[in-house]
Design a binder for this molecule. Structure first.
Ligand code: GTP
Ligand code: MG
Length: 195
């Protein structure tokens, strides 16, 4: 796929600001600093479409990215960083619940985890949340460039087991550094977008 257009439509604090659109949407969620924005830039071959930072928790709103006037990718704020306040956590939960419950054009969830670490309780909650709403999911293990060869198999298994991945929920090894997995991510995205 060639991305000839990729633009941020809106950063929405709540459902009143979701864009009016009938493009199919895939939501991209993961822990803070895991590499969500980097993945968006990598798969769209843009350098700074999505903001990449060293300060965790930079993305606080739902960012809607229009790709080729065909698809919408929705970047979710990273969860799980240490100094999130109770108020922010509550707001995050409400925002996601609104989205999952009300957004009719949603087609799936891309959950990103760090290939180096066991997924957290928050990751489990996120994927279970999507499953509860019957939203198809797939998982991307990013930062594969940081793994030693000997760790690859073991780490991917830990991710599968911790998230209790189902047969149809594929796990894709990925790296924004080496571009490993870009084609596989697009294959899964297109399946969801066209479903
Ligand atoms: P929040 O928006 O704060 O939730 O973060 P995010 O999930 O969008 O992460 P972001 O893409 O901003 O990346 C966080 C840090 O990880 C940056 O310093 C990136 O350069 C780095 N990073 C992202 N992906 C990779 C990768 O595949 N490999 C390596 N080595 N570093 C990565
Ligand atoms: Mg981000």
């Amino acid at each position: 796929i060639t991305i000839h257009k990729a633009e941020l439509v809106i950063s929405a604090p709540d459902r009143h600001s979701w864009p009016e659109s009938d493009l199919p949407e895939v939501v991209l969620a993961g822990r803070s600093n895991v590499g969500k924005s980097s993945l968006i830039n990598t798969i769209t071959q843009r350098k700074k479409l999505a903001y990449v930072g060293n300060t965790p928790g930079k993305t606080r709103l739902l960012n809607f990215f229009n790709l080729n006037d065909q698809y919408m990718l929705v970047d979710v704020p990273g969860y799980g960083y240490a100094n999130a306040s109770k108020t922010m956590l509550k707001k995050f939960g409400e925002m996601m619940e609104d989205y999952f419950a009300e957004r009719t054009q949603k087609r799936g969830l891309l959950l990103i985890v760090d290939a180096r670490h066991k997924p957290t309780e928050d990751d489990r909650l996120m994927i279970d949340f999507a499953r509860y709403y019957d939203l198809p999911c797939f998982v991307v293990a990013t930062k594969m460039d940081k793994l030693k060869r000997s760790e690859i198999k073991k780490n991917l298994n830990v991710i599968k087991e911790t998230l209790l991945l189902r047969e149809e929920e594929v796990l894709i090894p990925f790296s924004s550094e080496t571009k490993q997995g870009v084609d596989e991510v697009w294959d899964e995205l297109l399946k969801l977008f066209n479903s």
